[in-house]
Design a protein around this ligand. Structure first.
Ligand code: MLC
Ligand code: AMP
Length: 503
């Protein structure tokens, strides 16, 4: 038996003596060198006693070594579990407790803080920093440059990616080899990727967008990546002339538009800009086209499903829409109450079925049953409408979710902590428009009678429990929250009342 994901994505690197990854300091890593590094990591993981199906949890800065670690997980038939670098120790404890990984790899600077947590859940801890140093690299140094590849079936788990939950508890989406591979093929074809492409990769690699969408289409088509540690406008402008494609969240594009030097000339050699993870405003699309002559291609996806729809490569890309279903993917708009299919033009729940759709939530059979129908349709929580040309628009979300700069924040998780703060009677967290992040987290506090909560003290308390991007960008006080007759907080009213807060 083979290992389909490895065979399609990584095996071809064995023959590749040309550059696969170009780093910010000009280092060129060939396909062969990358694969040798991954093989050394695979040996190291095996030395730690990992077996197929074990989880490998990883909270490290983006680097070629971090990507090689993902490849090593695939080689060993283990389940890759990447974690946002801004998660706090409290958040990490939840993930390690839930997923019980065999190995946990973190940044050496965080190691003292996280060692007890790793030990508590029985994970062997290794370290890797942004420059590729740490105990993983030390142990891998003496290992051979080739490693056996564990055979596994297409429906074997390849990754678990945590996505926030409405109740405040994150859910681990279980993705199979076939989920990832089918989507990589569909996207590479849809977006016409070839070995001549050079992708400017400035996304984090702990989420679907940067790890799967961006890296997989390059791997499957033999393309090259300019692999930057993160999005820095100056650096992106510097490397752009060497690239042919860029992928990003809308914040990338609004930040580029803020730069005077960003022009038609600076993007003349580019063939494609892709946007996703959050809504791209039609006005951003128009401003980008006016400035550069490029129509950004918007697509729609999520952790549980990979990518579902895309605007077309050849024909019209419609601003404010996310295009049409990808090859092999069914996307329906349904009545949220009955699940019945709705006709074109009607607004309803977006449901998705296809080889891209995940297997369920780790350790959460009930949640899986709630969101994944027996007939294979996943209930996305996004509300959409098809136009007369079959293009889908996302018109809202039924799930109480904020998307800030492409990162998801579920209000409940923040409210639970705000409610515990001294002087706070209750709280509501909403997303309101923000010029840089698209949407930003706003915390609304109702003080206890006669008390005044201290925003600075609350800010400090939040820092220890919540990743920075989840923390409210502002806290405001209200005497009481608007509620309907059932007692439910009227979030739409709050969003409207504070819609200009960051403008
Ligand atoms: C950073 N901060 C954020 C933030 N990113 N706050 C809210 N939302 C965010 N997205 C915090 C920082 O910690 C900092 O805190 C302050 O805000 C300002 O930071 P910055 O320096 O301006 O931010 P920067 O480091 O430049 O990061 C912004 C960003 C980054 C947009 C480049 O957030 C990013 O790379 N986003 C991409 C997310 C992504 O890949 N999503 C895909 C999910 S997959 P302070 O106060 O300490 O200074 C998915 C499926 C799909 O959704 O369809 O793709
Ligand atoms: P995540 O849970 O991080 O995978 O985020 C997935 C969610 O991001 C989706 O359910 C959508 O709400 C949102 N999303 C992704 N792409 C787009 C897009 N192009 N336009 C609007 N929302 C999007």
């Amino acid at each position: 038996m083979a290992n389909p994901l490895f065979d399609a994505l990584f095996q071809p690197l064995e023959q590749r003596d040309s550059c696969f990854l170009l780093t910010q300091d000009g280092q060129e890593i060939t396909g062969r060198a990358f694969l040798a590094m991954a093989a050394r990591y695979a040996h190291t993981l095996r030395t730690c006693g990992v077996a197929p199906g074990d989880r490998i949890a990883v909270q490290v800065h983006k680097s070629p070594e971090a990507l090689a670690l993902y490849c090593a997980a695939v080689m060993t038939g283990t389940v890759f579990l990447p974690l946002n670098t801004s998660y706090t120790a409290a958040e990490i404890a939840y993930f390690l407790g839930d997923a019980t990984p065999a190995v946990f790899i973190c940044d050496p600077q965080q190691a003292p803080k996280l060692a007890t947590i790793a030990a508590q859940f029985g994970a062997t801890m290794l370290t890797l920093d942004g420059a590729g140093r740490g105990s993983l690299a030390d142990q891998a140094n003496n290992q051979p440059d080739t490693a056996p590849v564990t055979a596994c079936a297409g429906d074997a788990l390849a990754a678990i990616l945590y996505t926030s939950g409405t109740t405040g508890r994150s859910k681990g989406a279980m993705l199979t080899q076939h989920n990832l591979l089918s989507n990589a093929f569909a996207l590479a074809e849809e977006w016409r990727f070839s070995a001549d492409d050079i992708l400017l990769h400035a996304l984090p690699i702990f989420h679907t967008h940067g790890l799967f969408v961006a890296s997989h289409v390059c791997l499957i088509s033999g393309a090259t990546m300019i692999f930057l540690p993160g999005f820095d406008t100056t650096q992106v402008l510097h490397f752009l002339p060497q690239a042919t494609v860029m992928m990003g969240v809308p914040t990338f594009y609004t930040r580029l538009l803020d730069e005077e030097g960003f022009s038609e000339q600076a993007t003349a050699h580019m063939r494609l800009f892709v946007s996703g993870s959050a809504p791209l405003l039609a006005e951003t699309h128009a401003a980008f086209a006016a400035r550069t002559g490029h129509a950004i291609l918007e697509r729609y996806g999520m952790t549980e499903t990979n990518m579902n729809t895309s605007n077309p490569y050849e024909t019209a890309r419609k601003p404010g829409t996310v295009g049409r279903p990808l090859q092999g993917v069914e996307v329906f708009v349904t009545d949220p109450a009955t699940g019945a299919h709705l006709p074109q033009g009607a607004i309803g729940m977006i449901e998705v079925r296809g080889p891209n759709v995940f297997k369920g939530y780790w350790n959460m059979p009930e949640k899986t049953r709630e969101e994944l129908r027996e007939n294979g349709f996943f209930i996305t929580g996004d509300l959409g409408r098809y136009d007369e040309d079959g293009y889908l628009s996302i018109v809202g979300r039924q799930k109480d979710l904020i998307i800030s700069g492409g990162y998801n924040v579920y209000p409940k998780e923040v409210e639970l902590i705000l409610d515990e703060q001294p002087g706070v009677l209750e709280s509501a967290v909403v997303g309101v428009p923000h010029p840089d992040f698209g949407e930003a987290v706003l915390g609304i506090l109702v003080p206890r009678p006669g008390q005044s909560p201290d925003p600075a003290a609350i800010d400090t308390a939040l820092r220890t429990s919540l990743a920075r991007f989840k923390q409210p960008k502002a806290l405001v006080m209200m005497e009481k929250l608007p509620r309907n007759r059932m007692g439910k907080v009227q979030k739409a009213e709050l969003r409207a009342a504070f819609s200009k807060h960051f403008q």
